[in-house]
Every structure is written in structure tokens, then in C-alpha cells.
Write a new protein. Structure first.
Length: 338
């Protein structure tokens, strides 16, 4: 099976950043910024993620959270290792990934494509850094020598596709339980998508969903309109979404032109199940599934609904996997046109 994907081999993948080029800040510290600045592509891809509203932070494990557009880097490793982690996660962030739930095999293969994009960016950054500075930041994978050699082999007959090297990654890497990534993704599909969704037994909370859609529409119109009704925003007069749902934390990321890049809120109160969300949005689709290396308690499943206002994402986490934890808004700048 060959997926129709753009090629991911780059003729200038080991180019060095030109003297005098602006050094961008990642928020991860000067030592990481210095490393990111050396390879031209690593610098530009990291900047591209930032332009697309991604932020970087330290935590207990490395992962990319698409619902909040946050890349987390495992703190405490060497600067080179943390830069290597960043290159891998930037590869995930800059790939517009959507799970394929048409079959178990399709889901596994698409998940491995995502791993392929992370691995390819990691390999390219590694090669360029070594050429431009002599520093070796390693790869975030088992058998790094195998994948470096495989990349060199595949690059002799370009293009190199993320699905090809990504499937190898899934075959040769294991999760903490000992399963390969292929088995992990397959078992996740069987357990979470192969089963019918049970009714939550809760009547649709019209007040909640009307407010969610009002905020989605306002987010499309701009940050100032959204702030008029945003929970916990000074002057909005809103502290909850409905009688039983409150907001624990929220953030609006505003662009320089006043538009909304991303807005999200963590909800509290009664449990909102996926089936309740489905009652309102029957066309809900899976945007992000837990990844094999997510640390315990941080696994995240995100489902999305699309409308003329853009995308609304509903996140369920390992802390309460059956209850909604967060709602995110990723607006279109204008209504969709057929």
C-alpha cells in the first residue's frame, strides 16, 4: 500500500544557516536556541511551527499536543538530546495529521506516517548539525544507526516517503509494555474505535453547546469578540458554561492582527462523555490518539467537529479517559465557501 503523500526528501537537507541570519527564541533556553540555529532546515521548521501557533515547554516526556499546539520536551537530558527531541516533535507538529479510521490497517499505517514525519525531521536535523558544527545530537529512536543507514539508502532513489520509513519505525520501536508501535496502534483501534459508543444517559445540555458554538463563531470574528463571552475573562461576566460545567483554566492566543490563533479551556463539573459530544456533532472525527510514548496519566484522545466557524476540538485524557477535559477552538478566518 502506497499513501499519496508529498515527498519528504530535501536536496538541501544538510544546509547550514547563513551568517547574519536572525536567531529565533524557542523559549527553551539559549543553549537550545544556539543548536536550533545551526542547521538551516531545523531553524526554519521550528520557526514554521511557531508561526502556526505552536509553543514549546519542558515536562516529564517529549510529545506534541495538537489540541493545545504545545510541544513538550523531557527536561533533564543534555542540550543535544533535548534539541533532538524538539526536531522530532516539530516533525509531528508541521505534518497536518488526520487519523484514518476506515479500517484497522489504515489506522495503523496512517499513525506510522506521523511517526515517519517525526523521524525524518530528526534525521535531517541530525545530519545537518553534524555537518555544520561537528556535534552529534543522536536520534529519538531505537537502532539509530539502522535508520541513518536506511535514510542514506532511500535517498539514493528519491523521494523518501514518510510512510516507508515510518512503518519501519513502528516495526522496530516498542512501547513501555513491550508491544511494537504496530501492535500498540492496532490494539488501541480495537479497544477504542472497534466498539460501539454507548449512550451516556444524559440529556443534551443545550446551554453548554449553544455557548460553545457562540464562542466558535466569535473566535472566527476575532479575539475581541471572543473575549466578550470568554469564561474567566475580565469584563465578560462569564464564569461557567452551564449550570453544571465550570471552567478551570483558559487561554486565548491572539495574533498581531487581532485574530485568534487558538483558544482553549479546561472544563470541570459533571462528566461529559464522548457519546454526549456525538449527540451534538454526529460527524465527529478522531484528530489525535494516544501515542505509545505518552507518560502515564497524560495520554490524550482528541475528537474534532467542523463547521463554518472552523474546528472545535474535544480532548479526553488519561486522568479521566471517559470524561471531557478540554475544549479548543481553531477558527477559520472567514466562513467556508462551497
Amino acid at each position: 500500500m502506497t499513501l499519496a503523500l508529498p515527498p519528504t526528501v530535501f536536496a538541501q537537507d544538510i544546509a547550514c544557516t547563513s551568517p547574519g541570519a536572525v536567531k529565533y527564541e524557542t523559549g527553551l533556553g539559549a543553549e537550545i536556541d544556539d543548536i536550533v540555529h545551526i542547521p538551516s532546515r531545523f531553524r526554519s521548521e521550528t520557526r514554521e511551527a511557531q508561526r502556526n501557533e505552536w509553543t514549546f515547554e519542558y515536562g516529564n516526556a517529549a510529545y506534541a499536543n495538537r489540541a493545545t499546539k504545545q510541544i513538550t520536551i523531557r527536561q533533564g537530558a543534555s542540550a543535544l538530546n533535548m534539541a533532538s527531541q524538539l526536531s522530532h516533535e516539530v516533525g509531528h507538529a508541521n505534518y497536518n495529521y488526520r487519523e484514518d479510521l476506515s479500517s484497522r490497517d489504515a489506522y495503523i499505517r496512517k499513525a506510522c506516517v506521523d511517526e515517519g514525519f517525526g523521524l525524518l525531521e530528526n534525521i535531517i536535523a541530525h545530519r545537518a548539525l553534524k555537518k555544520c558544527s561537528g556535534m552529534d545530537m543522536g536520534l529519538i529512536t531505537a537502532e539509530p544507526d539502522f535508520f541513518l543507514a536506511k535514510y542514506e539508502e532511500l535517498a539514493q532513489r528519491p523521494p523518501v516517503y514518510a510512510n516507508e520509513i515510518g512503518y519501519m519505525f513502528c516495526e522496530r520501536n516498542r512501547v513501555p509494555t513491550g508491544e511494537t508501535y504496530i501492535d500498540y496502534y492496532g490494539n488501541w483501534y480495537d479497544a477504542n474505535y472497534g466498539l460501539a459508543v454507548e449512550s451516556s444517559g444524559v440529556e443534551v445540555d443545550a446551554e453548554l453547546w449553544d455557548r460553545v458554538e457562540d464562542m466558535a463563531e466569535r473566535a472566527r470574528l476575532g479575539a475581541s469578540k471572543l473575549r466578550e463571552v470568554w469564561p474567566a475573562e475580565a469584563g465578560s461576566g462569564v464564569r461557567s458554561l452551564s449550570k453544571q460545567i465550570t471552567v478551570a483554566h483558559s487561554e486565548i492566543r491572539q495574533r498581531s492582527d487581532g485574530s485568534v490563533g487558538l483558544a482553549y479551556m479546561n472544563v470541570a463539573g459533571r462528566c461529559i462523555s464522548r457519546s454526549e459530544v456525538l449527540q451534538r456533532y454526529p460527524e465527529l472525527y478522531l484528530t489525535q490518539a494516544p501515542r505509545p510514548h505518552d507518560p502515564p496519566g497524560t495520554t490524550r484522545t482528541v475528537w474534532s467537529a467542523l463547521g463554518e466557524w472552523g474546528e472545535v476540538m474535544f480532548a479526553f485524557t488519561g486522568k479521566t479517559p471517559n470524561c471531557l477535559e478540554a475544549i479548543s477552538f481553531n477558527p477559520w478566518p472567514q466562513p467556508l465557501v462551497d
